[in-house]
Design a protein around this ligand. Structure first.
Ligand code: HPA
Length: 234
């Protein structure tokens, strides 16, 4: 047991999908896992372990934001020996060519969080994805007909900005989309020598204000989960 996870030793698999929302964790386990078992109940941040195509796999909710998700990622790595960590979530597009329902595979993550400034001082660390996981996920997404974009993203601490145009600076430098966790995940994975990737579906658009229906989002989300599982376990 760790401070925020009450799974028993050995109860969590080496490969873990990481949605922010614990109800998404439940949905993933019930839809894609064979014999899912609830392994965490602390704070209602549910996590499940089962098998996918016969291989052990877990899913663990992380909450929103770098601060919350890094707690779970730290404990999964140091307390349970997890080695492949794949965040699955949604993002807001910064680019006209990155449309709602597309996939974004985060090759690297910028951040406005202070967490790496505390760690690295005046120098900037560049948090990046595991290349093998990234390549596998990209190839699988291509084979399955997803429109997928590989590149830089922004992991922001702020969802509601006072200045709506704040994103334009990052968009000018090629950043594809915004979410709230990847930079923390990639930094911790590097520190501990484990593999990490972030796969996102575009749920909203800061440039065009395109939106999706809940049903469309669910369909793309399910396709993305299968890409993540096959990339990690295939
Ligand atoms: N901002 C931050 N995180 C997000 C967004 C957004 O617009 N959309 C989905 N996750």
């Amino acid at each position: 047991m760790t401070v925020h996870l009450n799974a028993k030793e050995g109860q969590i698999a080496e490969t873990v999908l990481l949605p922010g929302d614990p109800l998404r964790a439940q949905h993933i386990a019930e839809t894609f896992f064979e014999n899912p078992e609830l392994h965490n109940t602390v704070r209602g941040m549910h996590g499940y372990t089962g098998t996918y195509k016969g291989q052990r796999v877990s899913v663990q909710g992380t909450g929103m934001g770098i601060a919350s998700s890094m707690i779970y990622v730290s404990e999964l790595i140091t307390g349970y020996g997890c080695k492949n960590l794949i965040r699955v979530g949604t993002c807001g597009s910064y680019q006209p060519h990155v449309h709602v329902r597309d996939l974004v595979l985060a090759q690297a993550a910028c951040t406005d969080s202070n967490i790496n400034n505390i760690r690295f001082g005046a120098k900037n660390y560049a948090p990046i994805a595991d290349f093998e996981l990234l390549l596998r996920a990209y190839r699988i997404a291509q084979e399955r007909g997803f429109t997928s974009h590989v590149g830089n993203i922004m992991s922001s601490d702020t969802f509601y900005h006072d200045d709506f145009d704040h994103y334009k600076l990052w968009a000018d430098f090629g950043v594809l989309a915004v979410e709230m966790e990847a930079a923390g995940l990639y930094t911790l994975a590097a520190k501990h020598g484990v593999r990490a990737l972030t796969i996102l579906t575009v749920s909203d658009h800061l440039v065009t204000r395109e939106e999706t229906t809940a049903e469309e989002r669910q369909l793309t989300f399910n396709g993305m989960i299968e890409v993540a599982l096959d990339a990690a376990l295939g």
